[in-house]
Design a protein around this ligand. Sequence first.
Ligand SMILES: [Zn+2]
Length: 372
Amino acid sequence: MRNRARLFSALGCSALVAMACGENPAGQRTETPDALVEAVRALGLRTDMIEDHGGFLLVEGDIYLPKAKLRASNQGRPAPGQPRYQYTTTNMVSSVKINQIKVDLSGLSSLPGWQSAAREAIAHWSGVTDANVTMVEGSPAEITVSTTCTSSSVAAYASFPAGGNPGSTIYVNTCFGYSTSDAQKVHNMVHEFGHTIGFRHSNYVQMGESAGTVGANHVYGTPTSGNATGSVMNGGTALNTWAGFAASDLTAVRARYPLPAPSGLSVIDYNGTPLISWNAANGATGYTVSLITFNTVNGNYQNHYFTTLGTTAGTSYLDSSNTYTGVYECNYDTGLNGETQGAWYEYAVQATYAKGTSPILNARIYAPIAQC
Ligand SMILES: [Zn+2]
């Protein structure tokens, strides 16, 4: 049997304030009904870090779970993820919403220091180059930031995305047991806004959390060594000062929310040269066309490289440097077990925006220009 003590709230061991453990045993010791604890467990979150706040639970220090939603989503528990590094929930903000998130900061008017920190935080997320996250103040808002008084070990907490929208709430705790500098407030606000767009704690494995039904999806390209310092999304960091995004934070947000690549690529023979066309990408100021060369030997990938051909503000590009041959792939009999080696070509089109470019590999089309 599980120790009943684990049903009680964390004794100050907030996800955000590891250093407070043992020093600041605040928090409400309200017993939480078993069904809700199992629902929290099914989500992959820590059941020994539950605080019961009546209508909602606060888990792992800063994850907000309304009881009504928990009751509706009590499911089995998948296997936990392996120790890796940068993770997102399965539900993410939709591509149409991610660049027009409205945030209502009026609920922080009584806390001007936190309000300006939140303002700075949305500017930090919106300022990431080569990513499509844009948050602006406005109403009606997708994210409402307001105040509450809860456990003295919690600086702030937030909810995860749902239904293509960002997590709808961030609360700043007016009863936090520590005074915080402006830079600490900014760190907390950047962290909480990170939760609202689907980023989990980077050190979630080290914190004893599991993937659960909210998911913990490793972001390709981020380190797998685990618990790297410097990520703004590490848990247990409420007293950290803002020091900018870590490289892996930037990799993660660029991978999950890239600037949109052009769609509908096509290539035709135009007087013996390839004419590449695409659909306009909303907000793009121009396009860069490159040739990608993939090299394989015996069918095995060896390497690839890009050759930039040119840029245009329009939606087509005539590649006068190559001949439209109608041949997609060259095959050479190597004489070794009848295997072949080949080389083939693809065009890539990147959209350019004020904040950067779309990933080069996200819009590609084969072109029959191989000369064998
Ligand atoms: Zn957190």
